[in-house]
Design a protein around this ligand. Structure first.
Ligand SMILES: *Cc1c(COP(=O)(O)O)cnc(C)c1O
Length: 434
């Protein structure tokens, strides 16, 4: 498979190059040259396949022969080696629980796949790579965990000071070794903009080999398709008809992967982009104008994105046909007050504990189902409630216990370097870290 740069279609690269480089010229995102179709019999009979086989079928055309089949099989089996159950919340709404991986967030799937591919590609290259990543919360932890102690790879994570939860902060600051955390006195958009500047800085790029592990990297973005297939596998056993799929969205990598899988033949009735008050895409769906906007801090901090990078990939999938896009995707923007109210109501009514991101999705789903009676579907449960204890406890008055795996992590010391949202400070750090 070849990938072209959305900003410069003349730049065409293979899977390996796209994985190592992260992004193309002019900070353009890579996009697959064609959309490989699933065999309809495969989609109809998902239950006959193991999760590993499904993951392999999902990824093989994107990787082509650049990773041998047996190695790719090993990589995908490590990518999905935790439970991803589809749980019923009520008559019409299920939750695909994507938070049973090592850092309790869906980003583990993409981070595990990407780290293993990158490590495979670097094995014979004899070069050291620095993975530079901005996080609004969960990316940092998943990437830190995915790359921890990997040879020839350093990870530098930028996160906004005071805007991530305690568990999130520990997950990216307490590991040490090859993981460096930078606490930026600013917003997620500041972090993202610093990272983008670093990628286009000649001095940094002549000294270090930089790559990104944000969902702009195809090796993190593409494997997210896998769990839509795993969801459908379970859905087909439980319900008739095609599911409405509601995705809590920030940078729009996750929902874009789901829509890509749908273009390949995954059955889905409709997609819902559930946003918090950072409503760039919701407004686009109403006005056809895409205007980025200053980030507003919310309870669902991993979705505090004012300029969602992956939306250009969705536009590319729909070949910029607004009407087609609008008939397949609905958008809702949910505020913090309503988010807390939903967490409380769903807990009291159905004894199901949501965290802020999945509560945004649940609320959006309810809106859609009210407007479209008779349909059913699932939300993506993108994080474990324990990652957002303040909001969950405020809404429900219950105390959530830390899972054992996190107890040890929470005891570790936070190791981070504070910087201003100033590119020169980042540059100095990068050039002097080793
Ligand atoms: C990252 C994240 C999201 C948003 O995913 P995108 O792919 O950026 O749209 C939603 N929920 C949680 C918990 C996240 O960590």
């Amino acid at each position: 498979m070849k990938y072209y740069n959305l900003k410069d279609k003349e730049e065409v690269v293979d899977f390996k190059t796209a994985t190592i480089k992260g992004q193309g010229k002019e900070k353009g995102l890579f996009f697959p040259e064609n959309i490989p179709q699933f065999d309809p019999e495969f989609i109809k009979n998902l239950q006959q396949y193991s999760n590993e086989e499904i993951a392999f079928q999902c990824m093989k055309d994107f990787v082509s022969d650049e990773i041998p089949s047996d190695v790719l099989k090993q990589i995908v089996s490590e990518t999905v080696n935790f439970e991803i159950p589809l749980k019923k919340i009520n008559e019409n709404i299920y939750s695909l629980e994507l938070f049973h991986g090592p850092t309790l967030a869906f980003k583990d799937v993409g981070a595990r796949f990407m780290s293993r591919c990158l490590s495979y590609f670097l094995k014979d290259e004899n070069k050291k790579v620095t993975v530079l990543v901005a996080t609004s919360g969960d990316t940092g932890g998943a990437v830190a965990n995915g790359f921890y102690k990997m040879e020839n790879i350093d990870v530098v994570i930028l996160y906004p000071k005071n805007r991530v939860s305690e568990v999130q902060e520990k997950q990216l600051t307490a590991l040490g070794e090859n993981i460096f955390a930078l606490e930026v006195d600013g917003s997620f958009d500041d972090c993202q903009s610093l990272v983008k500047q670093a990628f286009s800085d000649d001095e940094i790029n002549s000294t270090l080999f930089l790559t990104s592990a944000n969902s702009i990297n195809i090796a993190r973005w593409l494997p997210q398709q896998i769990y839509y297939l795993l969801a459908l596998k379970q859905w087909q056993k439980l319900e008739k008809g095609n599911p409405v799929i509601c995705v809590p969205s920030g940078n729009f990598g996750n929902i874009c992967a789901g829509i890509l899988a749908h273009f390949r033949g995954l059955s889905a009735e409709h997609f819902i982009a559930a946003c918090n008050e950072n409503d760039v895409v919701t407004r686009y769906l109403n006005t056809q104008k895409l205007e980025s906007k200053e980030t507003i801090p919310t309870l669902s901090n991993a979705m505090d994105v004012g300029n969602p990078s992956n939306f250009v990939r969705i536009l590319e999938l729909f070949e910029n046909h607004f009407e087609d896009l609008k008939s397949k995707i609905s958008g809702y923007s949910i505020n913090d007050k309503k988010t807390l109210q939903t967490i409380k109501e769903v807990y009291e009514k159905y004894n199901y504990l949501l965290e802020p991101h999945s509560a945004v999705a649940y609320t959006a789903m309810e809106h859609y189902l009210k407007e479209n009676p008779g349909k059913k579907g699932f939300i993506l449960g993108t994080a474990h409630p324990v990652k957002f204890p303040d909001a969950v406890e405020k809404a429900t008055q219950i105390t959530i216990e830390l899972p054992k795996a996190l107890e040890n992590l929470m005891k570790n010391e936070k190791k981070s370097t504070e910087i201003q949202p100033d590119f020169e400070e980042l540059k100095r750090f990068l050039l002097n870290k080793n």
